[in-house]
Design a protein around this ligand. Structure first.
Ligand code: 4AD
Ligand code: MG
Length: 463
């Protein structure tokens, strides 16, 4: 007989059906009348299914009465209507099989609540908690919504490489990929001889799939890539990971305003889908994690995002009367305290900041006529700050080459990227959304390490 999930078994329509429910015991309560209540969870939803195990079961004394949190069981029986609070159904077990015990002396997830820091040490067990089960379900929903959003608009999903020789962001924060013997590096003229390495040249884990996405956009129109990206920035913050997932759409014939329109529709659709499809989990985050989760989601759906030129943002911040840890002036990059001031206090909604100084943005962004700014856009949201970074791309060959030199990049290393401007160049634009940042925003989870199954941060790569 096939397994019935807890989410199915909890529906009133299931009453009267026979079902096999399988999962992990959360609690056991024995009644004086000679039977036990088991709360069983199988991850299909946050709620448990109550299972009634009667004293007449053959293994009642020998096994059922020894069940504790974490034990795995199969229960077969009829789904009945339940008089219990918060549940329409329960399962009256006719057979109850124990698959695995979990010694209450050593199983870490007992009734006591653990801090999220502590749970990070048990990355192999934390998916069994309410919070991390909910994070996993919401993460899945967001990914489904992302693919649907682009697929419904005819975007092609392209797979860009994970190993690359080019630094897209030009920031030099890349992990090296090599098969050279680090204990005994081959040298030529006093320098490491990269021609003997696996790829004949220095290679890295990618920081972004954008450059390769541009190759496909300038052939196929609208594309997106969605994969893991890696940054060796040594920033131990609640918003940075060394390995994170990024969604990067790239659109031919798009200019900056088209790019902003798409980014806004995209974020709204993802929030709408989560709101509709993850009701129970979102309610949990609102009640237990951050009581601004629901109003924040609703506000995103109700209001247009603010669109604010960088120049004006600097003026607002300078006039704000706030004392910031990092003072602002034209030409400086915004820190998260500034981003949060704009989204949480000044406007109380997402802000798309655009046209940043050229000196603080990568080489590929299109230079404006003023010569000082580039067609960049960052989407900033309350609580998290920057969630999307994007731009219109520089499609003029000479300007792009000059920008590369300005940023100490060698145009010859990017000959293929420059070819896209040599042959049939078009205006185009794109952006990158950090998956974990959007999950932080939606769930209210304060630390980015708690919205990815296995966080990679400085000093952490065990599981
Ligand atoms: O602003 P970023 O660096 O932009 C790019 O990589 C572009 N190539 C994207 C594009 O235009 N196709 O990164 C984009 C987003 C950020 O806004 C943030 O949400 C996320 O990626 N991000 C990180 N998330 C977690 N940990 C980190 N270390 C991150 N760095 C960036
Ligand atoms: Mg950025």
């Amino acid at each position: 007989m096939g397994r019935t999930s807890v989410v199915e078994a909890r529906k009133p329509e299931s009453i009267g059906q026979r079902a096999l429910v399988q999962g992990w015991v959360r609690t056991r309560r024995d009644s004086k009348a000679g039977f036990s209540f088991l709360e069983v969870n199988d991850g299909s939803c946050m709620s448990n299914l109550q299972i009634i195990a009667d004293g007449s079961l053959p293994n009642y004394e020998s096994e059922v009465k020894r069940l504790t949190a974490g034990c795995s069981v199969s229960a077969y029986g009829e789904i009945k209507s339940s008089g219990g609070q918060g549940q329409a159904t329960e399962l009256l077990a006719e057979r109850l099989q124990v698959h695995g015990w979990a010694d209450p002396e050593t199983y870490p997830l007992q009734k006591k609540r653990h801090s999220f820091e502590k749970l990070r040490e048990w990355a192999h067990l934390r998916p069994r908690t309410n919070t991390f089960g909910a994070v996993a379900r919401v993460r899945n929903c967001v990914c489904r919504s992302i693919h649907q959003f682009f697929q419904q608009r005819g975007f092609l999903y392209v797979h860009t490489p994970i190993i690359t020789a080019s630094d897209c962001e030009g920031a030099g924060e890349m992990f090296r990929v090599t098969t050279l013997n680090l204990e005994d590096l081959p040298r030529k003229d006093g320098r490491i001889d990269h021609t003997l390495d696996f790829f004949d040249r220095p290679s890295y884990l990618t920081v972004s799939g954008q450059l390769e996405a541009e190759i496909f956009a300038t052939a196929l129109g609208n594309v997106y890539t969605f994969g893991p990206t890696f940054r060796a920035e040594n920033s131990n913050t609640s918003r940075h990971l060394a390995e994170f997932w990024m969604i990067e759409p790239e659109m031919a014939f798009y200019e900056l305003t088209d790019n902003m329109d798409l980014a806004e529709q995209f974020l709204k659709q993802v929030c709408r889908d989560v709101r509709e499809q993850c009701d129970e989990d979102i309610q949990f985050f609102h009640d237990r994690i951050d009581n601004t989760v629901l109003p924040t989601l609703d506000a995103i759906l109700e209001h247009d995002f603010v669109r604010l030129p960088y120049n004006e943002a600097i003026e607002i911040l300078e006039r704000s009367g706030q004392t910031f840890e990092f003072p602002v002036s034209w030409g400086s990059d915004l820190q998260s305290e500034h981003e949060r001031f704009l989204t949480e206090q000044q406007f109380r909604r997402p802000v798309i900041l655009h046209d940043y100084p050229r000196t603080i943005k990568p080489f590929y962004m299109r230079v404006n006529d003023d010569g000082r700014t580039v067609r960049a856009m960052d989407v900033l949201v309350p609580k998290v700050g920057e969630i999307i970074g994007g731009s219109q791309r520089e499609e003029r060959l000479d300007v792009l080459e000059a920008r590369m030199l300005e940023q100490q990049l060698r145009p010859e290393d990017y000959w293929w990227y420059l070819d896209l401007r040599r042959f049939g160049t078009v205006p185009h634009a794109g952006f990158g959304l950090g998956l974990e940042r959007v999950l932080q925003f939606i769930t209210g989870m304060a630390n980015i390490r708690d919205v990815i199954p296995f966080p990679r941060t400085p000093g952490n790569a065990e599981f």
